[in-house]
Design a protein around this ligand. Structure first.
Ligand code: RP5
Length: 172
C-alpha cells in the first residue's frame, strides 16, 4: 500500500499487513508511528483466508529483504497474525480490529489466545493498539540503533511534558 519515503532503494524494516482495506483507518496509526520515527515499512491488505498464497508469498519476500518484524491487524475470527507467525520466526505484533457485532472482542480473543509454541504479541483493540504496535516495533529496532533510541527517549520526554503542562478547563 505504501512506504514512507517512496524510495525504491530503501528496504522495509517492518511489514504491516491487514485483512482488508477496511482495516486501514485503524492500521494507519501503526504506519504513522513508524513514519514519525523514519522507520521504513511496507503496508499491504492481504487476507489469511481470501488470499492465503499471496500472504505467504509477501511474508517470504519481506523476510528475504531483511524485515525485522511484522504488524498484523485483523478483525472477527482474526487468524491473520497467527498465520504470519506460523510462517516466520520474526516477532509478530497483532492488532485486533474493532468489529461490527462484537466491538473487537472477537478479534482480541482470536488473536491473543494463540496456542503454545507460536506467539503473537497482541495489542489493544483499535487505534491505541495500532499506534502502540508501531511504537513497540520502534523500541525493538532501537535495541540495535542508538539514534532511534535517542528519538524514542525524546518522544517520551515530549509526551510527558505535554501532560505536565496540561491545564484543566475552567469551571462552567
Ligand atoms: C477481516 O474481516 C478483516 O481484517 C476485517 O477486519 C474484517 C472485515 O473485512 P471486510 O468485510 O471489510 O473486507 O478479515
Amino acid at each position: 500500500m505504501s512506504t514512507p519515503a517512496g524510495n525504491a532503494a530503501v528496504y522495509p524494516l517492518v511489514g504491516i499487513v491487514m485483512g482488508s482495506t477496511s482495516d486501514w483507518d485503524v492500521m494507519q496509526h501503526a504506519a504513522r508511528s513508524l513514519g514519525d520515527f523514519g522507520v521504513p515499512y511496507e503496508a499491504r491488505a492481504l487476507s489469511a483466508h481470501r488470499t492465503p498464497d499471496l500472504l505467504i508469498e509477501w511474508v517470504d519476500g519481506l523476510v528475504k529483504q531483511g524485515v525485522k518484524c511484522f504488524i498484523a491487524g485483523a478483525g472477527g475470527a482474526a487468524h491473520l497474525a497467527g498465520v504470519v507467525a506460523a510462517r516466520t520466526t520474526l516477532p509478530v505484533l497483532g492488532v485486533p480490529m474493532p468489529s461490527k457485532h462484537l466491538q473487537g472482542l472477537d478479534s482480541l480473543l482470536s488473536m491473543i489466545q494463540m496456542p503454545k509454541g507460536i506467539p503473537v504479541a497482541t495489542f489493544a483493540i483499535g487505534e491505541a493498539g495500532s499506534a502502540n504496535a508501531g511504537l513497540f516495533a520502534v523500541s525493538m529496532l532501537a535495541l540495535q540503533d542508538e539514534s532511534l533510541a535517542k528519538k524514542l527517549t525524546a518522544f517520551r520526554q515530549r509526551q510527558a511534558e505535554s501532560v505536565r503542562s496540561a491545564k484543566l478547563p475552567e469551571l462552567k
